[in-house]
Design a protein around this ligand. Structure first.
Ligand SMILES: *Cc1c(COP(=O)(O)O)cnc(C)c1O
Length: 410
């Protein structure tokens, strides 16, 4: 049977080809690809007319709300290749007290499998790796991506070797190991880990799963944009604050909006995209402010928000283009503001953000203060992992049940 028919459902699938994000050069679908010939990410292209003919908004909204409801806009051809741990649609949670506006919502991605939105990207990339016969994968990670990779790959019997900076949060390293990944702490940053992965890949030892170095993670992360459109009744929010490391999610959402417009499901309006970085590692902000198309490596990167400690992004120009085209900005926030935002949101709104999510809240508050956004605008902040994976403040109080307890003083 033809590759472009789903063998389980008999329905057509719609990937036509892949395309270099820099030069537009065409690459064949259904083959294993890394970066394009000029060393830039490949984007998956679809027969969107075909998708439009096969799928109506009404049919879509009558489906279960999980990530796979978007299957016509996803690259996996055969249901049998789908490796799933239950990728739910994540909720939009208001945080009126710490956010300072009733119109700010947190998209809480911490509810996904493995506790982070890396599950969206990796469920897609691993499903495609399975479809294309990959048996061994290596990846550099700041933690959450490695955990998601290990979980999905172990589930389908693909071997994984994972390299992380030696100061990666302990829980991330352990969850990778617990989920069957072989994990190594490296005395360097994520791009130093990436160099090891690249060397092994060049020697043919494994397939390189670095951010954007295989084409399908973007397609998984794209579902954040698709979901937002559906959750907002096909009218996108006014602004999105996205914690930006490699930028996969921001690039993916931007692509999703274009595909939805091509389907006629949304209009040409776009949210202003705010790429949020930590001031201790802000290569995209620096390039944005300098008007550059590419971002130079950020030396001595340091921040509590490990997930966005990415000194160099291979998709830098795609992030910068999307941010500029949207009328948004790249903004940096300091670690004290990040930690304060995490604390406020937990104490006052009962929502425990991860530090990267705290960065988006800190950036939003700053943007409110400086007038970059208005209180009455509908804004989405991305919280990309559960706050439970990160160090929490001490709570050292004890009680001796044999002594007299002054209950009124508790
Ligand atoms: C990976 C990660 C990010 C950055 O995501 P990109 O799409 O790679 O920029 C942000 N927050 C958390 C918690 C992450 O794990």
């Amino acid at each position: 049977m033809a590759l472009n028919t789903n063998l389980t459902t008999g329905r057509p699938t719609f990937v036509t080809h892949l395309e270099c994000s820099m030069t537009g050069e065409r690459y064949e679908a259904d083959m294993l690809h890394g970066l394009s010939r000029v060393g830039r990410p490949l984007l998956v292209r679809y027969d969107l007319e075909g998708v439009g003919a096969a799928l109506s908004k009404e049919a879509l909204t009558s489906r279960e709300t999980d990530l796979w409801r978007w299957r016509e806009l996803l690259p996996v051809r055969h249901t049998s290749d789908v490796v799933s741990l239950g990728e739910i649609e994540t909720p939009l949670v208001p945080i009126p007290k710490s956010g300072g506006s009733p119109n700010v919502l947190v998209k809480d991605e911490g509810r996904l499998p493995t506790g982070s939105f890396k599950a969206r990207g990796l469920v897609m990339a691993v499903s495609m790796a399975k479809a294309l016969g990959v048996t061994k994968i290596a990846m550099p990670t700041n933690g959450n991506a490695g955990a998601a990779l290990a979980a999905y790959a172990s589930r389908v019997g693909i071997e994984t070797i994972i390299f992380c900076p030696d100061d990666t949060p302990e829980i991330n390293v352990r969850e990778v190991a617990a989920q069957g990944g072989r994990v190594y702490r490296v005395n360097g940053l994520i791009d130093d880990c990436g160099a090891i992965v690249g060397k092994g890949a060049a020697e043919g030892r494994w397939f390189d799963f670095s951010t954007l170095k295989e084409p399908y993670r973007i397609e998984g992360k794209k579902t954040m944009g698709l979901e937002l459109a559906a959750q907002f009744g096909w009218k996108l929010p006014d602004a999105i604050f996205y914690p930006t490391g490699g930028g996969t999610g921001l690039i993916g959402m931007w692509k999703a909006f274009d595909e939805l417009e091509a389907l006629g499901w949304i209009g040409p309006e776009r949210p202003r995209m705010f790429a949020v970085q930590a001031s201790g590692c802000a290569p995209i902000v620096r390039a944005f402010e300098a008007g550059e198309e590419h971002a130079e490596r950020w030396e001595d990167a340091a921040t509590v928000a490990a997930g966005i400690r990415v000194p160099r992004a291979v998709g830098d120009f795609l992030i910068l283009r999307a941010v500029r085209a949207s009328g948004g900005r790249a903004v940096a926030v300091g670690d004290p503001a990040i930690l304060k935002a995490v604390e406020d949101c937990a104490r006052r709104d009962g929502l425990l953000l991860c530090p990267e999510g705290g960065a988006t809240l800190a950036a939003y508050r700053e943007a409110l203060r400086t007038g970059l956004v208005d209180e009455d605008e509908r804004v989405v902040l991305f919280n990309c992992a559960t706050g439970l994976k990160y160090p929490l403040p001490e709570a050292p109080q004890t009680l001796d049940r044999f002594a007299e307890i002054d209950l009124g003083a508790l």
